[in-house]
Design a protein around this ligand. Structure first.
Ligand SMILES: Cc1cc2nc3c(=O)[nH]c(=O)nc-3n(C[C@H](O)[C@H](O)[C@H](O)COP(=O)(O)OP(=O)(O)OC[C@H]3O[C@@H](n4cnc5c(N)ncnc54)[C@H](O)[C@@H]3O)c2cc1C
Length: 473
């Protein structure tokens, strides 16, 4: 798509019409504002507008439309593909929009798009409430919710998008619209998993659920030779586990920390991430069989829900280089476990994690047509989260990550959530939405027929799709 760069007169005009900062290359704050979580992203936008309120967002969208500038939307900045920035265009930066309003009686929270999960969890936990949220506190609520939103309590309360009851959206024509069950309900449906395709969401309203403040959680670490048998045992355990059980099975490298026995540090290890969103004593009992197996390290115990939400924070600092692959698995077969265990022994970076995430519970009970997501019935997701530090290691890590996902292809059932993978492109997007894809295109036609919001995992409006088909591109 051809994009125009704003000239200095247009930038001055913008400065005069918005309350937030307008940042350009070389100016104060620009470098920090173009920095995102994935250190591989080195995009230099022409203009970044740090919006203060929906009026600012409207002003930017209007200007971008009139001037034919490419637009990107940045909230928490954790999207792994780098879609939150655009090289020449204009970034709608929502990081300054931080208001959170919790109504403990109604059990709802209205949350502006610049809020992170650490901030929202802290606010809702003051009332013993929560909505399924990201597993690393610095992650933005916005991109995560729009991409489904998977978290430790999803088997009890569903994905984040399942608790989304209203959204305020600035659409491509500069209108401010509210989407809920009665107004623009098609838009609300599309936002439940359909990504950043339909407009700039300035505020999300969630239904909250009683959680904590104390729950049970932590990690049990075992030596790698136990991987296959332990993963099989974990699979059998999950078949009848109560909905309160969350967590996953992780292939990791034991960190050089004091709590790890010296001989295990820096070596492959496997971990059961244990979370229980009900009574902590019951959680301890439920995970008892794994504790009795004699883990090398047992970091589980009663802890605040906000601590469970921060379990992975240390291993996910901003600025590392990231490349991800993921998919759903209807069944977790012995063969798939073998492939992961083999890949574990060849893992090029000690920072990388391969996670087997159990689904089911509330996730699979939400009706298939309630949200844009293409599949709900899969029992498991696998997620290869490759991260490393040195750019010289890019090729090695990317190749390895691709090889793991190729080896798992025969066992994968497709339909993974769009935020879990570095893959882009139409085939991936169609696969994510399956039977819902055409309905999403119709909603795209209604709210963004010119495809202004096309960065990231794009659902193309039908005019553009037809033109591309005709030109063969
Ligand atoms: C360390 C880490 C941990 C993660 N953990 C989880 C997890 O536990 N569960 C899970 O489901 N996912 C997880 N993710 C993936 C996460 O859901 C995505 O990276 C998501 O995009 C993050 O949201 P963000 O607001 O930070 O996105 P950004 O990077 O700001 O934006 C990414 C894209 O989302 C869209 N978008 C963002 N904000 C808006 C908005 N306000 N309006 C419209 N579109 C918007 C745009 O298309 C944008 O390009 C994790 C990612 C990281 C890096």
């Amino acid at each position: 798509m051809a994009t125009q760069v704003l000239d200095s007169a247009a930038i001055e005009q913008l400065r005069g019409s918005v309350k937030g900062e307008v940042l350009t290359a070389g100016g104060a704050g620009y470098e920090e504002a173009r920095t995102v979580f994935n250190g591989m992203i080195d995009t230099r936008p022409a203009t970044i507008v740090r919006c203060k309120d929906p009026h600012d967002v409207i002003a930017v969208v209007e200007l971008a439309r009139v001037r034919a500038c490419e637009v990107s939307i940045r909230s928490g900045g954790h999207g792994v593909t780098g879609s939150q920035l655009t090289d020449e265009g204009i970034v709608v930066d929502l990081t300054a929009m931080k208001r959170i309003t919790v109504d403990p009686e109604a059990r709802t929270a209205r949350v502006q798009a610049g809020v992170t999960w650490g901030e929202l969890d802290a606010a809702t936990q003051e009332h013993g409430l929560a909505v399924t949220g990201g597993r690393v506190p610095s992650t933005g609520i916005a991109g995560l919710t729009l991409g489904a939103g998977s978290g430790w309590i999803e088997r009890k309360f569903g994905f984040t998008c399942d608790s989304l009851i209203e959204a305020d959206v600035v659409t491509a024509d500069g209108r401010f619209v509210r989407a809920n069950e009665t107004e623009n309900s098609d838009l609300l449906w599309a936002l439940k998993g359909g990504g950043g395709n339909f407009g700039v969401v300035t505020q999300f309203t969630y239904r909250l659920h009683p959680v904590g403040p104390m729950v049970y959680g932590g990690m049990l670490v075992f030596p790698p030779f136990a991987a296959r048998e332990l993963a099989q045992t974990y699979r059998e355990f999950m078949r009848s586990a109560p909905d309160e059980v969350g967590g996953g099975f992780a292939f990791v490298t034991a960190p050089p920390e004091e709590f790890v026995p010296e001989q295990a540090r820096g070596k492959p290890a496997v971990g059961i991430i244990a979370t229980y969103s009900g009574d902590p004593e019951e959680g301890e009992r439920v995970f008892g069989p794994f504790k009795d197996m004699g883990p090398a390290v047992d970091l589980t115990g009663p802890m605040p829900y906000v601590a469970v939400q921060a379990l992975l924070e240390h291993g996910n600092p901003p600025g590392n280089r990231h490349y991800w692959k993921a998919d759903l698995l209807d069944e977790l077969t012995d063969e798939a476990i073998d492939k992961l265990a083999d890949a574990h022994m060849r893992m090029p970076s000690p920072l990388t994690v391969m996670l087997l995430q159990p689904l089911g519970g509330a996730v699979s009970r939400v009706p298939a047509d309630a949200t844009a997501l293409g599949r709900r019935e899969a029992g498991w997701a696998y997620h290869v989260i490759s991260q490393w530090v040195d750019p010289a290691d890019d090729e090695r890590n990317i190749e390895w990550t691709r090889s793991v996902s190729q080896s798992l292809e025969p066992y994968a059932s497709g339909g993974v959530y769009i935020t879990y993978t570095s893959d882009t492109g139409e085939a991936r997007v169609r696969d994510a939405f399956r039977d819902h894809y055409d309905r999403l295109v119709a909603i795209k036609d209604r709210y963004d027929p010119g495809n202004m919001f096309h960065l990231g995992q794009n659902i193309r409006p039908s005019i553009e799709a037809a033109a591309r088909a005709q030109s063969g591109s």
